[in-house]
Design a protein around this ligand. Structure first.
Ligand SMILES: CC(C)(COP(=O)(O)OP(=O)(O)OC[C@H]1O[C@@H](n2cnc3c(N)ncnc32)[C@H](O)[C@@H]1OP(=O)(O)O)[C@@H](O)C(=O)NCCC(=O)NCCS
Length: 233
């Protein structure tokens, strides 16, 4: 399916779609190898991004009248959950942050790049609004496909932090004014992380803490290799 054909199946969702979204999320949760990979939204969370208010929006993909993919955006305003605070943004940038929140694809429809299509469509709609400059999102460090798809869309990993229920999350960011342009790095390092070891004790955690950003990932069984562009020596 081409990008254009894909867009024909994609619609902005409303509150009436809440039961279909909850059902799809339940199917996703049942299919996960580990509950650490995805922090589910409650029906209240979803209703925030399905309403008429300015809190966000949701996109869905329907195939044969069945919801098969979902993604949403939340505008956190100055709420304490704004990821701009985690990334130490200056106060005037906080209201220009848009969160890319939940995204999921039914297991039978994976491998068709729906997540990337939904990334691109959300970004285009956010840009068209003109008010937002920063896309931020959180992803589990071992949600390989999600990380890969986000990096492919030009987001970069900026931070590793314990977030929801104390679970580890990468915080990723894209400055819409910069597009895909990355800063010229003072160094480039590849770091291999063994999924079975403690993340906080890895060189990845240290380098991110020192201000490096991660822009690529590859995987070989339990080993993840991250490419970091750094301020580090
Ligand atoms: C992450 C997710 C949305 C990606 O779905 P997608 O858009 O279909 O992924 P892609 O099209 O990029 O798939 C790339 C490859 O990975 C495979 N793949 C994707 N997700 C997979 C998964 N969770 N488990 C195993 N394989 C998966 C695809 O089959 C495809 O393989 P192929 O290239 O050999 O055909 C989907 O895996 C998902 O819904 N996961 C559960 C919820 C979740 O983690 N959401 C993100 C929270 S941040």
């Amino acid at each position: 399916m081409s990008k254009e054909e894909k867009n024909e199946n994609l619609i902005v969702l409303k509150l009436e779609h809440l039961p279909a979204i909850m059902k799809l999320q339940e199917e996703i949760l049942a299919s996960l190898p580990s509950s650490d990979l995805y922090a589910p939204f409650s029906s209240h969370d979803f209703s925030r991004v399905l309403g008429e208010q300015d809190q966000g929006f949701s996109l869905g993909v329907f195939v044969a009248e069945r919801l098969i993919a979902f993604a949403c955006v939340l505008f956190p305003g100055e709420g304490e959950d704004n990821l701009g605070y985690d990334l130490a943004f200056p106060a005037e940038e906080i209201r220009r942050v848009a969160h890319l929140e939940e995204a999921f694809v039914h297991p039978l429809y994976r491998g068709q790049k729906w997540q990337q299509q939904l990334f691109g469509e959300r970004r285009a709609r956010i840009q068209a609004m003109g008010r937002y400059r920063h896309l931020c999102t959180t992803i589990s460090p071992f949600n390989y496909y999600s990380i890969k798809n986000a990096l492919a869309q030009g987001l970069v990993i900026k931070k590793l932090k314990r977030k929801y229920n104390n679970q580890w999350r990468f915080i990723l960011h894209q400055d819409l004014q910069m597009g895909h342009v990355l800063p010229v790095p003072s160094s480039l390092t590849k770091v291999v992380v063994d999924q079975r070891k403690k993340l906080e004790e890895t060189r990845l955690a240290l380098l991110l803490e020192q201000g490096s950003i991660a822009t690529e990932v590859s995987r070989d069984d339990d080993h993840y290799t991250f490419t970091l562009l750094g301020k580090h020596r």
